[in-house]
Design a protein around this ligand. Structure first.
Ligand code: NAP
Length: 478
């Protein structure tokens, strides 16, 4: 909701090379205590069009690779220097517990650093055109050219690092970008844009727009100069955008209903700890938070006891305190939705072993047992601090249950048996499989992304920079 609140500092937006303010602003409030953090301008179609225009014009004067790399390196250093300040901003803006917010800032440094490496090494390849008789007397090679202006749309839950995963590779590729961060969490993204400009990036090359998503989205979809939309967010919004942007390259990083299989030979304490932390850290609001725990039926009671113990040790509270593990959900709509899904699961036969109660902005970490496979808490993405348990009798059954979702981002298995680990990694229909590690694991250089409803791409600077460039064939007749 747009509102004018004069007492709140208003951030300037960098749009088309100008530092912009508007009369109408949107106040960003802490999900923890509702206190305003800052306000941001509300811009629309006009400013988005101007941002595209500026990016397209700026791309006509390409920066050499070493300059693009140096800008990214300087931005990485500046991010590291502002580590504490940025982490505190994330804690205020989205209620991310401070220790997890610090990890996000550290990951952002890595993403920018890996993007700088890509700027330095991105190159085409030689093609042996004379391997065909018709190619004799020619030389052939490819070059990689920027795809064009990029529209980058990001979600609320990793507002700094996911913006870096788009603008970092775009700079490495030589593309201009219009960044549209989530309405509830634009501040960290605005900081990142400012930081890149301070690091020497021409201002016209990167703009950030905050305002009504539908209006901004329409311009990004319809403007022909935007050649690629890189979207991270919910499956519902992502696939709808892709359907409307048939002539553009659209890369989608979407949600999941993340399974973790716990086999009879697993290190039970490690598995219980992983499920507790991964399912509840940042209130389960990561696309790869563990949601479904499939546990060998013979260990069910033993595992459940350890899981409940591990959850008991988590600190639920103020995200700005150093030792908090579980902060609030992003807003009341999210709390209401999760509660509805919990009630639905209970009505369809699931037993609630812990949590489920709302306490201020928090939902207490919740464990549901024997959740029916058709309950939304099982098959859809719950995006809250909820673990849904089901026992299994054989590895085949566990894999079938894990695959029984429209999503396919990451999955995990705890086992000491190599053959079980390899079989599972080959049969689980997910973009990534972790063994003896929570499926929340991600380092920023790895190819990360999903299959089925979870998306159609792999993010990570090395992979994204290829998505953001086209391979052009050059043939020279001697
Ligand atoms: P969301 O509601 O889909 O929003 C994502 C972004 O899309 C926001 O910037 C939103 O703007 C924008 N948007 C909404 N409608 C639009 C339209 N018609 N045109 C253009 N843009 C539009 O997702 P969210 O609630 O912020 O984030 C949570 C979701 O992201 C979860 O499903 C999670 O799994 C997923 N996620 C995936 C990954 C991954 O890498 N696979 C990583 C993190 C999160 P407004 O906020 O202004 O509406």
């Amino acid at each position: 909701m747009a509102e004018v609140e004069t007492s709140v500092p208003v951030k300037k937006l960098s749009v088309a090379g100008e530092a912009l303010t508007t009369e109408e602003t949107r106040v960003v409030r802490s999900p923890w205590d509702g206190v305003p953090v800052a306000a941001v301008p509300v811009v629309g179609a006009l400013e988005t069009g101007a941002a595209i225009d500026a990016a397209a014009r700026a791309m006509a004067t390409p920066l050499p690779a070493h300059e693009r790399a140096e800008i990214l390196d300087r931005a990485a250093t500046a991010t590291r220097e502002r580590r504490e300040k940025l982490a505190r901003l994330l804690a205020r803006e989205i209620g991310k517990p401070l220790k997890q917010a610090l990890m996000e800032v550290d990951r952002c440094v890595q993403t920018l650093t890996f993007s700088a490496i890509e700027a330095r090494t991105l190159a085409g390849r030689g093609i042996a055109v004379d391997a065909h008789p018709a190619g004799v007397g020619r030389r052939g090679y490819t070059i990689r050219v920027p795809i064009g202006v990029i529209a980058a749309i990001t979600p609320f839950n990793f507002p700094l690092n996911l913006a870096a995963h788009k603008v970092g590779p775009a700079i490495a590729a030589g593309c201009g970008t219009v960044l549209k961060p989530a309405g509830v969490a634009p501040l960290a993204a605005i900081e990142l844009v400012d930081l890149l400009h301070e690091a020497g990036l021409p201002r016209e090359l990167l703009s950030v727009v905050t305002g009504p998503a539908g209006e901004i989205g329409d311009v990004l979809v319809e403007d022909e100069r935007v050649r690629m939309i890189t979207f991270t967010g919910s499956a519902e919004v992502g696939w709808e955008l892709a359907a409307r942007a048939a002539k553009k390259h659209v890369s989608l990083e979407l949600g999941n209903s993340t399974p973790l299989i716990v086999c009879a030979d697993a290190d039970l304490d490690a598995a219980a700890e992983a499920a507790a932390i991964s399912g509840n850290g940042f209130a389960g609001q990561s696309c790869i938070s563990v949601q479904r725990v499939l546990v060998d039926g013979r260990l069910h009671d033993d595992f459940t006891e350890r899981l409940l113990g591990a959850i008991e040790r988590l600190k639920v509270g103020n995200p700005e305190e150093d030792d908090t593990d579980v902060g609030p959900l992003i807003d009341e709509d999210a709390r209401t939705r999760v509660e509805e899904w919990l009630d639905e699961a209970s009505e369809s036969g699931a037993e609630r072993l812990a949590g489920g109660t709302v306490d201020g902005g928090h939902l207490r970490p919740t464990v549901l047992d024997r959740v029916p496979a058709d309950a939304r808490a099982w098959k859809r993405e719950i995006f809250g601090p909820v673990l849904a348990l089901r026992p299994f009798e054989s590895l085949e059954e566990a894999i079938e249950l894990a695959n029984g979702t429209d999503y396919g981002l990451q999955a995990g298995i705890f086992t000491r048996d190599l053959a079980t680990a390899i079989t599972a990694s080959e049969r689980l229909k997910f973009g990534g499989v972790t063994v003896n590690e929570a499926p929340t694991f991600r380092v920023d250089q790895m190819p990360y992304g999903g299959t089925k409803e979870s998306g159609n791409t792999r993010e990570g600077p090395h992979f994204t920079v290829r998505d953001m460039t086209e391979e052009r064939m050059v043939v020279i007749k001697l």
